[in-house]
Design a protein around this ligand. Structure first.
Ligand SMILES: [Zn+2]
Length: 76
């Protein structure tokens, strides 16, 4: 394994959405905060969303990330 286990989101849906964000050129920042997994950042806009470690619904978390990707994918 080349990537530290702490760098992956424990929820598969959210992890897949974070991979899509990276593929679109958005910046994914892992934060070691207890409740916050990290951020997805659009550098040109200086806009970001928080990614939670333990969202109540992982499907919604992935959708939220995908919404951010749709909004910002053309900027990166
Ligand atoms: Zn943007």
């Amino acid at each position: 394994m080349t990537m530290g286990i702490g760098d992956r989101h424990q929820k598969k849906d959210a992890e897949a959405a974070l991979k899509r964000a990276e593929a679109c050129g958005l910046k994914v920042k892992h934060d070691k905060n207890r409740h916050r997994w990290g951020f997805v950042i659009c550098c040109p806009c200086n806009d970001d969303i928080t990614v939670n470690c333990t969202p109540q619904s992982t499907g919604n978390e992935a959708k939220r990330i995908d919404g951010f990707i749709r909004k910002h994918r053309s900027h990166a």
